[in-house]
Design a protein around this ligand. Sequence first.
Ligand code: ZN
Length: 319
Amino acid sequence: VIVGVDIGGTKVLAGEVTADGQVGRTARRQTPGRRVPAPLVEAALTEAVLEVVAGERLEAVGLAAAGFVDVTRTRVLFAPHLPWRGDDVVARLSAAWGVPVLMDNDANCSAVAETTYGAARAAGSMVLITLGTGIGGAVVLDGRLWRGAGGMAGEFGHQQVVPGGRPCQCGRSGCWEQYCSGSALLRESRARLAASPALLAACGGDPGALTGPMVTEAAAQGDAVALAAFAEVGDWLGVGLANQVAALDPALLVVGGGVSDAGHLLLDPARAALARSLVGAEDRVVPPVVAAALGPEAGLVGAAVMVRELLQEDQSVGG
Ligand SMILES: [Zn+2]
């Protein structure tokens, strides 16, 4: 059994991934948090992996981690929701489990999954943006994932788009994800909550109880406040995508993450803003903006694809 594990800010999702990319048994755990000893997180991973393996033979594990993973794909340099800081997690887990382990950033893993099985199969180059609490990103050029010299390519969320703008958790200000993310969607919705009976009813009058799926549902029902929030976030999405296209000229733009569940409510304003903001838009091919195809399992599928490739390379080298 080859297992992929997505280690997110709030949950760990492990799944068996077959050679053709199908997800079999899955298991979930809460992510213990970043102020706990690392062995607690590793114990949660072990539990989830063993539940998926269910007594069969474990062959390898691919980990998709929400954070900066170094270019050797063994260490988490920094992750806002995890306790790992530069230690060789992969060596430790590989020794504990007795199988090859590989780790990469979660957006990179999603990009590999979308390129292998999903929305970007026919595209030689693409930029992937995942919109959750913040922004994740990944770059595929000439059919290969571009990790960057230090493994940190694709951190688009912290491109500064408004000098002196909203403060960001990264310690800087005006970052793109402060304007284009699930958090930004909630901020826009809460600011006009009083004008939306649908959102007020959904959150029971408590702005703190409002969630992204509530805003998505209200927008789908035609609620004006929710639609305006998606129009605003979608507009910022298109503006930021224009920057990525200006830099990299990819064939395709893929948008995933929970916020993208809103589909055209998000992507239509993004396409309009992209066409408006992109340099030379009248005289070039503007890349299509499409929704990711694989949903919340993309990260674990991509991690499994990568570790399967590693096994095949080892076998071809070892004979
Ligand atoms: Zn930032």
